[in-house]
Design a protein around this ligand. Structure first.
Ligand code: FAD
Length: 396
């Protein structure tokens, strides 16, 4: 019986597991899933928790509910992968494997910007999201209860206006209203900045749609500054350079969404092949030269034959990679991995957004926000089952 070890219970790890469950039940494979937490969290909703609009429990699924016959779950942190000895070391265990699937996900990357890692909070996982939402509320409360009010306590800077940054800014529109009403603060005094070095906003959408998103945020009091080279951060400021001029912006809540990398363990396990925690896989998602080691999700840099650049890191590709690897290990004839891009949706809070989905279908406003929830429910179904998916999206 093949001994399969899956590292990480993110999108990629759980879809791999789902694809192997039948074979595990039939006794054809033994599967061990390792994850540092007892729960899976929906990374694509972390910005909602970070803003404080939903609770962590709303986006977490207990992994023990996903365990089925032939599957063992070990809650522990992976500390080393040794492909020569075919061993994985966790803090408490030593696990051998016949087939290894690495789906350890992403970590924040601050590109050596001075003070960024120390001072700005990344939207990285559940703990990080809870820290952002608590800091935001503490700062609003401090402003409301201080005799000498400092506007920087009700100011927020978000470094990065990619999907994660824009979706977080969209959530702040609602949260700012709520906090101002709770603490009796004049909403007009609140300053929220979205900064990006890129000259264009959301280039994956048409100009009409990215203009729509920008206008939505600006109409709600958020300032978007593009072409802003972010040069440094202190505990209450970002230094930016726009058109050759340096400027300092002040805020007590600093958030960083402008960079992610693959897991650092990848660089230690594959020093010659992995860059910033990502490894260019074969067309079957294995490590070149190691047919028994698959890399899935954000740790994989998959370059399709005929293309030059890897696909970006998204939950969409992580799900497809996991489904492919699960099918392949369980013996299905699957050929090479092919990615099907089903489009992109950017929510702007729970009632607005922009969408450009498969077949060129576009939507903006309420319809786009709801479309995102339906897509997310489908993605959770791909990881789990029908009822869990509906519950997870607060549909049941
Ligand atoms: P992850 O989801 O990161 O899961 C990795 C798992 O491994 C986690 O459970 C983690 O706890 C575990 N782990 C990590 N290290 C260890 C260790 N040492 N030992 C044990 N366990 C470990 N993508 C989209 O397609 N659409 C979106 O709308 C979208 N929105 C996003 C919004 C935000 C705010 C963010 C941050 C990302 C968004 N993404 C989106 C990107 C998407 O979330 C990632 O690409 C996706 O989560 C990658 O999945 P994964 O399975 O590779 O890793």
């Amino acid at each position: 019986m093949k001994n399969v070890v899956i590292l990480g219970a993110g999108y990629a790890g759980l879809t791999t597991l789902k694809g192997l469950k039948k074979a595990a039940k039939a006794g054809e494979v033994k599967v061990t899933l390792v994850n540092k937490n007892s729960y899976h969290y929906d990374t694509v909703n972390l910005h909602e928790v970070s803003a404080g609009n939903i609770a962590s429990r709303d986006i977490c699924i207990d992994i023990k509910d996903l365990v089925s016959p032939g599957v063992e779950f070990i809650q522990d942190e992976v500390i080393k992968i040794d492909t020569e000895k075919k061993l994985v070391l966790t803090k408490k265990h030593e696990l051998d494997y016949d087939v290894l699937v690495v789906g350890l996900g992403f970590q924040p990357e601050t590109f050596g910007i001075e003070g960024m890692a120390e001072n700005a909070m990344p939207i990285a996982d559940i703990n990080a999201a809870e820290k952002i939402s608590a800091t935001l509320e503490d700062n609003f409360r401090k402003y409301a209860t201080s005799e000498e009010k400092d506007v920087k306590d009700i100011s927020v800077i978000v470094g990065g206006t990619g999907l994660a940054g824009m979706e977080f800014l969209g959530e702040l529109v609602h949260r700012k209203k709520e906090l101002c009403s709770k603490y009796g603060i004049d909403e007009k005094l609140v300053k929220i900045y979205g900064l990006d070095a890129a000259p264009t906003l959301l280039p994956m959408f048409t100009k009409e749609y990215s203009d729509y998103a920008r206008k939505f945020l600006e109409d709600n009091g958020i300032e978007i500054i593009l072409g802003a080279g972010i040069k440094g951060a202190t505990k209450d400021s970002f230094t930016i350079e726009v058109d050759g001029e340096r400027k300092e912006l002040f805020a007590s809540t600093l958030v960083w969404t402008a960079g992610v990398r693959g897991n650092k363990l990848m660089d230690e396990a594959f020093p010659e092949l992995s860059k910033r925690g990502r490894l260019v896989t074969t067309q079957q998602l294995t490590v070149p030269g190691l047919d028994d080691v698959y890399i899935v999700g954000d740790c994989a840099a998959f370059i399709e034959t005929g293309q030059e650049r890897p696909y970006p890191t998204t939950a969409q590709i992580a799900n497809q990679m996991g489904a492919y690897v699960g099918a392949r290990i369980s013996g299905k004839q699957v050929g090479d991995f092919k990615y099907i891009n089903r489009g992109v949706v950017c929510s702007l809070g729970h009632k607005d957004g922009i969408a450009d989905v498969m077949g060129g279908k576009k939507a903006k406003g309420f319809a786009a926000a709801k479309l995102k929830k339906i897509i997310e429910a489908k993605a959770i179904y791909e990881l789990t089952d029908f009822v869990t998916a509906l519950k997870n999206q607060r549909i049941l």
